[in-house]
Design a protein around this ligand. Structure first.
Ligand SMILES: C[S@@+](CC[C@H](N)C(=O)[O-])C[C@H]1O[C@@H](n2cnc3c(N)ncnc32)[C@H](O)[C@@H]1O
Length: 255
């Protein structure tokens, strides 16, 4: 199971409308709970909004610096990757949502491609992003099929946290297929051992929560190593950041 062939197959494609609806509804819930979500609708389809940092500075950033840098107003990048893996590169964000990262990153990456399960989120992404951002729905088999081997860097931003071990296998196998030779995958798994067992907080091995799309799945080191083995990937690095509730992992393709 897994990879582009799996995602392009009839079983996956016949289920994607239901997945889209599930995440469309989740976005409606996010947008209705009275948090400060103004930036979700912030229209950056204009050359007049400059970022707070230039491309050459971003290119020198460590993963930690990239993650925390405020790229535009209060909006942090929240992507765990060295700046050199982003600036001028083809960057693919899995689970891009309404294009929060894409509309900023498109100012310093070479090509930005966002994939998402939610048509609703992608509609906002396309409305608010510069035209050089490309957004692809998982159900658009033609466009998904054209992504084989194109991405220098695949990133998850607030994305892997919502996927358990089994779900992460097909996702990582798909990203492996869209990676260019020498490319990397940056995954942001959830990490908080003390909260497992609370509502909507599970171990990586638990089944997906059928009710709550944004449930969180705690990943230990052995889960990440296990995933790499199942997906034919090498773990280049892992980094626990308990205060961020994240366990970041960088994978490379085993050639
Ligand atoms: C918490 S949101 C993060 C959105 C964005 N990355 C950000 O940081 O603002 C998770 C996103 O992943 C998308 N998603 C969930 N499962 C997915 C899957 N299997 N493939 C692609 N996108 C998925 C959801 O529709 C949602 O937009």
């Amino acid at each position: 199971m897994g990879g582009l062939d799996y995602v392009l197959g009839s079983d996956f494609q016949s289920n994607i409308a239901a997945q889209s609806l599930r995440w469309d509804k989740e976005w409606m819930r996010y947008l209705s709970i009275h948090r400060d979500y103004n930036f979700y609708f912030y229209d950056m389809d204009t050359p007049s909004y400059a970022l707070t940092v230039g491309a050459s500075r971003i290119a020198s950033f460590t993963c930690k610096e990239t993650y925390s840098v405020k790229l535009f107003k209060t909006q942090a990048a929240q992507v765990w990757a060295p700046g050199s893996a982003l600036v001028g590169k083809t960057v693919l964000e899995m689970g891009c949502g309404p294009g929060m990262f894409g509309r900023m990153a498109s100012r310093f990456v070479g090509r930005f491609i966002g994939i998402d399960a939610s048509l609703f989120a992608l509609h906002i992404a396309r409305l608010t992003s510069p035209k050089n951002c490309e957004y692809v729905h998982l159900g658009d088999a033609e466009k998904i099929g054209a992504l084989r081997g194109v991405a220098d860097t695949c990133v998850g931003r607030n994305f892997f946290i919502h996927h358990n071990y089994t779900d992460s296998i097909w996702i990582l196998r798909l990203l492996k297929d869209v990676l260019a030779p020498g490319g990397i995958i940056s995954a942001d798994f959830y990490y908080n051992p003390g909260r497992v067992g609370e509502p909507r907080r599970y171990t990586a091995a638990d089944p997906l929560d059928g009710e709550h799309a944004s449930a969180l799945y705690h990943f230990e080191e052995e889960d990440i190593l296990g995933l790499a083995g199942e997906c034919g990937l090498e773990v280049a690095s892992t980094e626990k950041q308990p205060h961020l509730e994240r366990h970041f992992a960088t994978f490379r393709r085993l050639e």
